[in-house]
Every structure is written in structure tokens, then in C-alpha cells.
Design a protein around this ligand. Structure first.
Ligand code: GLU
Length: 337
């Protein structure tokens, strides 16, 4: 970090810029938000947040008002997904990340150490869109329900993704392991749609916001894929036993050729950070997001999955780790808490 800042200062000196500009550059702090695959909704979430932070930083900078927060700059690279992001936040390499509410819960409580590293320094900032857990199957595979996956080629997701963990939780609940399928793949979310369209796999499991372009591609390509219903007593038990799961419906007509509602269970996408991240940084991010939710180019306008974001729900749904004090400061200031 120091290196980047001194490089920026050196460049400014080279270009003969005034020392007042250099001091602004010096004050800039950089941070990273972990997302998911480039075709998923997490990637859009992280990048939309950075855009809002940059907008706030630019106006604070131009106004040069006393007491305005220092300019922050962030990047939101594509990553392996939820559990990877939590691991990087724990190591201090990412300051924020997008993560499924089930993996937020398990990381904070240390309740599934084989899937996500226990991290009691994990802090919640807010939740974003719902993510129904979806199993998409190509039409010719004739998969109608979970049992129909027997003997099929199934993508269970890359290690580090939330989808992989939740797929395995579902498999466990159904009492099956990988041998139930003909074979399993560990493709990333951006590889799986092409594999389905090409007929290289019969189905994949994915927790993701809707509607989204990658799933529409699966619906309209040669695979003519559709999500299947995930219901029955085992799924109901998952919902009953775990506060971070809820019944979820993808309404008919969401995707081309989808004639019926698809019923499944789901999680929330959430933005998380570490107790070690400064109150000022978390406050700045929270404020940038909540003050740019509405309007053209606002957060809700950045993706169809964000359409129903509501501040009241964003500060409570799907959050099981304690809220970071920087977020609480903003919510109290605005009377949201
Ligand atoms: N829920 C997925 C995961 O944690 C990512 C979904 C997305 O990229 O939008 O792996």
C-alpha cells in the first residue's frame, strides 16, 4: 500500500504538480472487495459499490470540505466466491467481500470448519439481494427433481465458492455423495453455463441472484435449460433448522421458456468485513451505498437483482455476524436503527 502511494506521489512530483495535490494523493486509501465469477451478480455488486465510493470520494475531494471523509479508492476483482472472500478478509488481504448468509453464519460461529475457516472477527455490513439455490439442468437430461440427478454429470462448483458449499449441504441433507452422480465437475460459475450449453455437463448447482444474464443464456442456448424444484422434507428441514435459509421462488416468466414458478430454498448475498477494518472506512462504504440506492445510475439501477433492495431489510436480513461499528454509526445517524 505504502509503495502504491509513494509511487503516486513520485509521479505527481515528476509532473510538477503542486504540493497541495500531492497531499490529497497521500491521503487516499485503497481497499479491495472480494466478489465472485465475472458473469455473476457479486462481481456487479462489488464494482457498483466501488463506483459509489469513488463518486463520494470525488465530491468530498472537489468540495475540499473540512471534516469530509478522506478519499477512498477500491477495486472489486473477480474471485472464487463466498468462502474464498471470507478467507481473504481473515488474512487481511481483502477489506470487504460479498458472501452468502449461510457462510457468513458458519464462518462467524465456526460451525462448518471443513467448509469455511472459523473467523470470529468477521463483521456484517449489510445484505443485498436474495440468492435462491438453483439446480439448472439441460432439457435432454430430463431432470425433474433432485432424484433425477442420479447418474448424471453434475457441476458442484469450484472450491471457495458459496455454491459448492451449499450444494454439498443439500447433498448431505438428501443423504448422497458424489458417487450418486455419473461424475462431478468443479467448474467456476463462468465456465458452467458454456459447459451446459455444449452438453459437457447435464446440470449445475448455483446460488445466485435473479434475473441474471448468465442463467438466461442457459435458458436460450442449445441446452434449453431450466431450474428444477428443490422441495420435500429434507429441504424443509434445512429451512426449519437454519435461520439463514428461507423458502425461495423464482416466478414463472423470469427466464425465456420458464412456464412455472420454481420453488427452492435460498440465502441472502451479504457484504462483510473484518473487525480490524477501520470505523471510518466501513462508515464511508456504508454511507456511499445507502445514499446512492435510488435514481438513475443508483445502486438499484445497476442490476435487475437489486430492484427490490430496501434499507430496512438490508440492515437485518441474512446478517448473523455482529454489525461493524462503522456501519452502526451510519444506521444510527440516519435513524435506521
Ligand atoms: N453465491 C455465489 C458464491 O458465493 C456467487 C454468486 C455470484 O457471483 O453472484 O459462490
Amino acid at each position: 500500500m505504502k509503495k502504491i502511494i509513494s509511487t503516486i506521489s513520485a509521479v505527481l512530483v515528476l509532473f510538477g504538480l503542486s504540493s497541495s495535490v500531492i497531499s490529497v494523493a497521500k491521503a487516499t486509501e485503497f481497499f479491495t472487495i472480494g466478489t465472485g465469477g465475472p458473469t455473476g451478480v457479486y462481481f456487479q455488486t462489488g464494482n457498483a459499490i466501488c463506483q459509489m465510493v469513488h463518486k463520494a470520494a470525488t465530491s468530498a475531494d472537489h468540495g475540499r470540505k473540512k471534516g469530509t471523509s478522506k478519499p477512498y479508492r477500491c477495486t472489486a476483482p473477480s474471485t472464487g466466491g463466498s468462502t474464498y472472500n471470507i478467507g481473504k478478509i481473515m488474512q487481511g488481504e481483502f477489506q470487504f467481500g460479498v458472501a452468502q448468509s449461510d457462510w457468513q453464519y458458519h464462518a462467524y460461529n465456526g460451525s462448518k470448519p471443513e467448509k469455511v475457516k472459523p473467523f470470529n472477527g468477521l463483521r456484517a455490513v449489510f445484505s443485498v439481494h436474495p440468492e435462491p439455490f438453483q439446480i439448472w439442468a439441460r432439457k435432454k437430461a430430463k431432470v425433474k427433481d433432485f432424484q433425477g440427478l442420479k447418474g448424471k454429470v453434475v457441476n458442484i462448483g469450484n472450491p471457495g465458492s458459496g455454491q459448492r458449499g451449499t450444494m454439498e449441504v443439500l447433498m448431505e441433507a438428501k443423504g448422497v455423495d458424489n458417487s450418486y452422480f455419473k461424475s462431478t465437475q468443479e467448474l467456476t460459475s463462468s465456465q458452467q453455463v458454456k459447459a451446459l450449453c455444449d452438453g459437457a455437463i447435464d446440470a449445475f448447482g448455483y446460488s445466485v441472484g435473479f434475473p441474471n444474464g448468465a442463467m438466461e443464456e442457459a435458458a436460450v442456448c442449445a441446452a434449453k435449460a431450466m431450474p428444477i424444484n428443490l422441495t420435500g422434507s429434507e429441504v424443509q428441514k434445512l429451512i426449519d433448522d437454519n435461520g439463514f435459509y428461507a423458502k425461495a421462488v423464482i416466478p414463472k416468466g423470469t427466464y425465456t421458456g420458464q412456464k412455472k414458478d420454481v420453488t427452492t430454498f435460498g440465502v441472502m448475498a451479504t457484504v462483510v468485513t473484518s473487525a480490524d477494518v477501520s470505523e471510518e472506512m466501513v462508515y464511508t462504504v456504508t454511507k456511499a451505498v445507502f445514499e446512492n440506492l435510488e435514481g438513475r445510475y443508483g445502486f438499484k439501477d445497476q442490476h435487475d437483482a437489486f430492484k427490490f433492495l430496501d434499507p430496512k431489510n438490508m440492515i437485518k436480513n441474512g446478517l448473523s455476524a455482529p454489525l461493524h461499528p462503522g456501519a452502526v454509526k451510519y444506521y444510527k445517524e440516519k435513524g435506521l436503527m
